[in-house]
Structures are given as C-alpha cells and as structure tokens.
Design a protein around this ligand. Structure first.
Ligand code: AHR
Length: 518
C-alpha cells in the first residue's frame, strides 16, 4: 500500500512537471515606500469550543503538560507561528461567558455547561491562564466581552481586574490571585457577530447594538482610557458597518469583520472562488473606512476619556476555511477538519489578499489555533501540524514591513481563476524585497518573469532565495503518523535585481527573497 501511494505521488509530480509551463509576469513597483503591513495580521484565535482550549492548548491531566497545565508539545508548535496577538475566549462563546467564573483558585471555580458549543467547562483555563499563555508565546492578549448575557459593569470590572493599578476591589482580586503587576490588556472586543440571528446575541438590530455598545465603551474606558476597542461590523451587511462607523466612529479603533471561505464543494475551483470572492466585501468595507473622518471633532469632555486617535482599521478577527460541505469534520459541530494541500494554497491566497489590503487591515486572527478549524491538531498521545501550518508560518516569517504595489499578468487556469496570485513587500531596512506567489494552476508549472521598478537599483547582481512549498499530492493531508506531506525546497542564485526569471511548480506557493538591495 505504502509503495502504491509513493508511486502515485511520484506520478503526480512527474505528470505535473512534464506539462509545458505557462508564462506569466509580475511587476513590482519598488519606487514607492509602500503601505505598512501590521504584524498583527498574523494573529490567532482560541475559543472555548470543543477541544480548542481543553484538550488542545490545555490539559491538566496529561503527562505532556507543564505545571500550568499547558500541553508542551502544542505550545512548541504554537510558538513556531510567532503569533503576535491571541484573541480569546470567543467567538460565539462570549455570549454566555462570565469572566469571574475563570479566576481564583481552580478548585473553587464553577463548572458551567457550554450552552453554545456543548460539553461542560470547568473554567480551569481562564483569564490568568490565558495571559500566562500569551506571555509564553509572545503574543498580545485580545479579550472579547460578553454583551449578550453580560453587563457593561461586568466588562468594566474585567478591565479593572486585568489592567487596574489602584487599591481597588478587582485589581486587588488579581493581586490576590498571584499577579501583582497588571496584565495590560490593550485590545478589547465588544461583542461578536452581533447581527447573527441564530446565536445567543440580543443585538440583531444595529441601533440596539450601538445603544448598548456606548454603555460598554463608557464603562470600560472609564476604567482604562488607553484600551483599543474592536467593535462589531458585518462584511455582508454594509448598512450595519456604515451605521456602526458613523455613530461609534469616535470610539472605534478596529471594525471587526469575519471572513470565512465556505467552498460549495471539495473542488479546488470552489475553494479558490470562495476566497477570491472575499475581495469584494473587503474592498467595500475599505471604502467605508476611507469615508470615515480620521480626526474626531467635538468629542465632549464630559465623556471623561479621549476620543480615538488615528484612523480606524479593520480587524479580521476570525478568518479561515470552513469546509462545511465536505461533511468530514469531527468533534464539536464537526469543526475538526483535516486540511489538505489545496487548503494550504487557499490560505496562502488569503494571506496575499490581506497583504494587498494592508492599508486598511490592522489585525487578523486565524480561527482557530488548535483542533478546531486549526493548523495544529492534538490527541492524548501527541500533536502535529496540518498542511495549512506551512503558509501561516511562512508568511509570518518572511513577509516584509511595507506592501508594494504588484501587478500580475497570467492566464486563467480554469474559468474565472487567475493562475498566479502574488503580493510583494519590502523589509524595514529596504535591504530585501519579498514576493509571495501562489501558482493555482494544478497541472502546469509557471515560467514567471519578475520586473522590479526601482530607479535606485544598481545593475549589479543580487542574491535571490527561492523557498518553494508543494504538497505530496493535491489532496494529501498530514496526520499524527505522517506530518511530512508538505515539501519545502530552497534554492539560491544571483540575478539582476530589476528583471529575473523564476520557475514555479504546479499547485505551489513560493517565497522569493531578493537580498542585498542597498
Ligand atoms: O470560529 C468558530 C465560530 O465561528 C465563532 O465562535 C463564531 O464567531 C463564528 O461564527
């Protein structure tokens, strides 16, 4: 059987490469500084949903866990993603979450039914455990408050518990729990998908959301005026997003939108179409932000805290591939998927899309980190990285500080699908230009000519590093017993910095790094 699979994957790569390559061109405009790419674009999300927290990042009873109860094997993999920001505790789960259930001595924490996602939560992983986890992985914590069954006062008390420095009840409660110094949580979401009718929310009406949110904002900002607030938008309901921006704009730092790819079937075409289609709502929300004044005028001093400063950005605080139609997911609500190689190409396409919108996207957190729609899977014996781990890590590791305008000339590999998808960036010191390219033609390799417009580039040759990622086959998946279906290769060569040619394997994503430009 093993031999048969080997022959099959060998045949796949041989046939793919023996087809005539197609030609494409990429032009990078490096005459401009480019738009800053927020490093927070490479964040993650974790929710009390199925085995994401309990049995995922946290398992007190496992021999694989440390003294905090954190699964060490999982932690090592999360660390590899170099997550800059981690969102918690939901998601829809926030609608039933009361933060006080998850603080204090573990033995006296209340067990609660998880009314949203099923099961029982013993609340042994709560605020302090989340903060310690963030510190271990080097991520900024991002908390979301319950505005469905919670109150503005409860949210403000949570702010005091986390950030309070005075001799007051909730700050002292944190001290009593063993944390003298404040947690300094900067990012706070108020609500989650509040327009979603089937969920436990009470804000399907945008006017009601705005009225209630004002109360939350006031109470929370009076506790700590430096908070950065993430308020609920809706990429499918522009009226909702426009109204939130118009009426809560003075206190909104980020407008939350959730962008899931939900392919119609298991074909690559539907997957890519579902991601390419996201460009439209994203562009529409971009335009709403452009139309929102950057400066806030006449903000009453009687609010007793300052208005937002700086432009409002988008927080894509949930994104991912929700392949519900494959019907193959396990666990709670079938959300434990196996992601194949094509999904990894989908993730790379998504990340290029976000990079191109870096002028407006201030933050993005992949939903979710472990077991649920996740790049990392675990069971009681160990854990492994799924195929989608590769693009999440590669983009975080290699993409530069400024996005550069990039144009692509390519054919359609199937009607409506452009074969080549590309984005490029410049490093902070301008020494490097980094290109991230997805060849979405699964049958043909691409012979791609890259032009770099830059009047400052000398004609001397520079080093080009090409890091290519392919799958063993289009539908190959990693598993607990085989984590090696993603093939990474590296080559280096010297090229002229303004024009050079590269070959891209079929169904691949590639990082090109031009080094030594100055
Ligand atoms: O990520 C899973 C769920 O998807 C989240 O709880 C919810 O916000 C979204 O619809």
């Amino acid at each position: 059987m093993k031999y048969f699979l080997f022959c099959l994957s060998f045949l796949f790569s041989i046939t793919a490469f023996s087809q005539t390559p197609f030609k494409s061109e990429i032009t990078i405009d490096a005459t401009q500084k480019g738009q800053e790419i927020s490093p927070l674009q490479y964040g993650q999300f974790i929710e009390h949903l199925g085995r994401a927290v309990a049995g995922g990042i946290y398992d007190e009873h496992s021999t694989l866990s440390d003294s905090n109860g954190f699964r060490m094997d999982v932690l090592e993999k999360v660390k590899e993603l170099r997550t800059p920001v981690l969102r918690y505790p939901g998601g829809t789960f926030t609608k039933i979450y009361h933060w006080q259930d998850g603080v204090g001595p573990k033995a006296s924490r209340k067990k609660r039914k998880n009314l949203i996602w099923g099961g029982v939560d013993d609340n042994h992983f709560g605020t302090a455990e989340f903060i310690v986890y963030c510190r271990k992985i080097g991520a900024e914590p991002f908390l979301v408050v319950n505005m469905a069954t919670g109150t503005p006062e409860e949210a403000a008390n949570w702010v005091e518990y986390c950030n309070g420095t005075t001799d007051t009840y909730y700050a002292n409660l944190r001290r009593k729990d063993g944390f003298e110094n404040p947690f300094n949580v900067k990012y706070w979401g108020i609500g989650n998908e509040e327009g979603a009718e089937p969920d436990m929310g009470r804000h399907q009406d945008v006017d009601q959301y705005i009225k209630d949110t004002w109360q939350f904002v006031k109470m929370m900002k009076l506790q700590d005026s430096s908070l950065k607030l993430v308020l609920v938008g809706n990429p499918e309901d522009l009226h909702w997003s426009r109204t939130v921006l118009a009426r809560l704009g003075p206190v909104c730092d980020y407008l939350s939108i959730h962008l899931y790819s939900i392919p119609a079937d298991t074909s690559f075409k539907s997957l890519i179409q579902s991601i390419d289609r996201i460009e439209q709502p994203l562009t529409q929300v971009d335009s709403l932000l452009t139309a929102t004044p950057i400066n806030v005028e006449n903000f009453s001093r009687w609010y007793r805290f300052p208005a937002r400063s700086g432009p409002i950005k988008i927080a894509v605080d949930e994104w991912g591939i929700w392949d519900i139609n494959s019907g193959k997911g396990k666990g709670a609500y079938g959300l434990e998927y196996q992601y194949n190689w094509l999904h990894a190409l989908g993730v790379a396409t998504f990340l290029n899309l976000f990079q191109r919108h870096s002028h407006s996207i201030g933050m993005a957190t992949w939903a979710q980190t472990v077991n649920v729609l996740a790049p990392i899977m675990s069971d009681s014996a160990g854990s492994y990285r799924q195929t989608i781990f590769a693009p999440l890590k590669a983009f975080r590791d290699y993409v530069g500080k400024y996005n550069l305008p990039t144009q692509t000339t390519t054919h359609e590999s199937s009607p409506g699908i452009k074969a080549i998808d590309a984005a490029s960036s410049r490093s902070g010191d301008s020494n490097q230009i980094i290109l991230t390219i997805v060849n979405r033609d699964v049958d043909h390799s691409a012979e791609t000519v890259v032009h770099v417009k830059n009047h400052q580039l000398s004609q001397q040759r520079v080093t080009l590093k090409q890091i290519s990622y392919t799958g063993k086959s289009l539908y190959s998946v990693n598993s607990a017993t085989n984590e090696n279906t993603v093939i990474k290769t590296e080559i280096k060569k010297n090229v002229a910095p303004t024009d050079f040619k590269i070959m891209l394997a079929p169904a691949s994503f590639t990082v090109i790094i031009l080094n030594g430009l100055q």
